[in-house]
Ligand binder design. Structure first.
Ligand SMILES: [Zn+2]
Ligand SMILES: [Zn+2]
Ligand SMILES: [Zn+2]
Ligand SMILES: [Zn+2]
Ligand SMILES: [Zn+2]
Ligand SMILES: [Zn+2]
Ligand SMILES: [Zn+2]
Ligand SMILES: [Zn+2]
Length: 421
């Protein structure tokens, strides 16, 4: 007899770097596969760092898709193989200048898993140096891990691709597509890096050489520099001045009169660095993708997706799809049922009674969350005469003066002496 098995596909959190192409062996390596104890590739025996592991292919595809059909398509390159657009994070490796390396030591090089896509490499490196050390995307450091985590958190795949969402109705798919189209047209952008003194150039390119500027020719020599009007910019985030000669970030959607320090280009809600300078601009504020989504739509606290249907529930300060307001332990649907919040998660009453309910110090049974109870310190009792009574004389103590000692209740010192000499 054949037993039919339902094969369920699980979302596996795969090994860091899994499947990455080897930069040394090229086609000879099928992709990085961690040896079970050697920490090298099973396919080509090279180390992880020889493989192209600056970011998961999936992540690059995600960002590629985000910028598909936008004017920032320069950031992505169509992969000829499968036609899926893929983001090309601008990874750079620099060799530290001689003074930084002690004499006789081998030259040190540093790889940034991402750097601002500017032509001037020194400007890109200086930009990264201005970030907090623990957030610099240096390969193999906590900063690279931080970037990967922020990539997943700030740009959820399920905020841009209906197929990544759980069982949407055709109407929900349509609404989501409209939402995505809208943010691509109105909000999504990528920051750019320049020197504050170059801003005038960007501005004049933007507004064109107008007649109004011609009167300045006589003062041009006195400016000392290129004869450009020099404006004193201050950072949109911290208000401190932007220093000439230091990289500054600007956002096309915000306008060319606004600059940020690299470390100040953050989401207004989570205050985290906007990952890879990818921002959403709305009403004068910078958002990361997640918090832009949150500012537009309710987000389900169960599945983390934005909610595109009209019916949903609000409970415990969160929004939920009706089908996702479930017991955290057994997944039963809680709509219309009583539940208890345990560690910020809703739990059904049976699960609560089984795993979390406090025990009555008298009868040792769990106390129903809806039942009346008396609590004193770490001890709890059913607020019933058979439980909340004197341990000496069994007198009911509800509404009476009592003493609680080591989980015992007493009506008087005399009764206490009888039980606890
Ligand atoms: Zn390999
Ligand atoms: Zn290799
Ligand atoms: Zn600042
Ligand atoms: Zn944010
Ligand atoms: Zn949900
Ligand atoms: Zn349950
Ligand atoms: Zn009891
Ligand atoms: Zn008593």
């Amino acid at each position: 007899m054949e037993i039919e098995k339902e094969v369920k596909k699980m979302a596996l959190g795969h090994e860091f770097g899994a499947g990455a192409a080897c930069l040394k062996c090229k086609d000879k390596c099928e992709g990085f596969e961690l040896h079970f104890w050697r920490k090298i590739c099973r396919n080509c025996k090279c180390g992880l760092t020889e493989h192209n592991v600056q970011m998961d292919t999936e992540e690059n595809k995600k960002v590629g898709k985000l910028f598909e059909d936008t004017k920032y398509t320069g950031l992505i390159a169509k992969l000829k193989k499968d036609g899926i657009p893929s983001y090309n994070a601008n990874m750079i490796t620099i060799t530290l200048p001689a003074p930084a390396v002690p004499k006789g030591a081998p030259m040190k090089s540093v790889t940034y898993e991402w750097a601002p896509p500017v032509a001037n490499k020194h400007l890109a490196v200086r930009y990264i140096e201005l970030l907090p050390p623990e957030k610099r995307p240096v390969a193999g450091t906590e900063g690279a891990v931080y970037r990967r985590q922020q990539m997943a958190r700030q740009l959820p795949e399920h905020d841009q691709d209906p197929s990544k969402c759980h069982e949407l109705s055709p109407a929900e798919v349509k609404k989501m597509q409209q939402f995505v189209r809208k943010y691509k047209e109105e909000a999504l952008g990528v920051g750019d890096v320049l020197l504050p003194e170059e801003m005038a150039l960007v501005q004049s390119a933007e507004f064109g050489p107008t007649g109004g500027a011609t009167g300045t020719t006589s003062t041009a020599g006195a400016m000392g520099g290129a004869g450009l009007p020099q404006q004193n910019y201050s950072c949109q985030h911290c208000g401190q001045p932007m220093r000439l000669g230091e990289p500054a970030v600007y956002a096309e959607r915000a306008g060319y009169d606004k600059l940020w320090h690299p470390a100040c280009f953050v989401c207004c809600t989570c205050k985290e660095l906007l990952v890879d300078m990818i921002y959403f601009w709305k009403k004068g504020k910078l958002y990361c993708g997640r918090h832009y989504g949150d500012s537009e739509k309710p987000r389900c606290a169960g599945c983390d997706e934005l909610i595109f249907c009209n019916e949903y529930t609000q409970a415990e300060g969160h929004n939920w799809h009706l089908k996702h307001f479930c017991c955290f332990d057994c997944d039963c649907i809680l709509a219309g049922e009583t539940y208890v919040m345990e560690n910020d998660k809703p739990v059904c009453t049976p699960c609560y009674m089984k795993s979390y309910a406090v025990k009555c110090s008298s009868c040792k049974n769990p106390v129903d969350p809806e039942a009346q109870r008396v609590s004193y310190g770490d001890h709890h009792w059913h607020a019933e005469p058979q439980c909340f009574q004197c341990s000496g004389c069994t007198k009911c103590l509800i509404g009476q003066r009592f003493m609680a000692v080591q989980g015992f209740l007493f009506c008087s010192v005399e009764c206490k002496k009888k039980v606890l000499p």
